[in-house]
Design a protein around this ligand. Sequence first.
Ligand code: 6CM
Length: 252
Amino acid sequence: NKRAAINKDKPSSTHISLSPEHKYFTEVNQIVSHHLNQINDNLEENWTCIAEDGELKVYKKELEEDGIVIDPLKAIHVVKGITGHEVCKYFWDIEYRMEWEATLDSSEVIEWLSDDTFVSHNVIKRVWPASQRDALFWSHIQHIAGDQDEDPDRWIVVNYSTEHDECPSTKYVRVFMNVGMVCETLIKPPADGCQISRDDITCKIIYTAEVNPGGWAPASVLRAVYKREYPKFLKRFTSYVKTKTSNLDILL
Ligand code: 6CM
């Protein structure tokens, strides 16, 4: 049963988050910092734009390791009517993952580490002629409150490859990935006495993916898949969030 698998040992409290004693605490914080430090990268300098559609821009850097393509990918998108909290909620919460994911055959929780972090196993759709891949990663969601004069308020989700005794790599080629979704919400101050509406909010999304396909895959096919699939994912996922939230109260 899908729901039972999703809620497997899910912590009942909604307040506890990963404690400093937890074995993943240092790693999670390091990887979150890694993504936050990249926010202001100069994309004009070292990156090549591979797709542009309205406010969406997708960039890559060509990189190979032992003949395997590991091109880092970065996308910037600006979407009206949704908040960073909402974008991150739907990206992180595995309950919704298969509603918007077009690249996965399945996704299931392996372990809840705290109420903001869990490990999941994901089977990626097979791309001919390569072998089928899977990915095992922890997903962490965090709110980073802005300070008045410098950083804006941010929400972040990180999906980072890990290992787990209950899920050894046997059946598929395992992909290694470090994916970050950082969001900032811009609010246009409403007229005096008026409530904020969805017309007043805009979300800036900075998405980065460092993926190692974990074994040989034809470079030209992989690059063609990335060029097609990442823009498709960003458009499909953000319109999913818009549809899901259009009749709901704004989640700031
Ligand atoms: O970030 C995305 N989805 C997340 C939630 O599911 C998660 C991603 C997991 C899977 C990422 C797979 C990347 C592609 C792997 C390539 C496989 C190689 C096949 C060989 C081809 C010749 O972080 C959205 C991911 C959108 C991917 C386009």
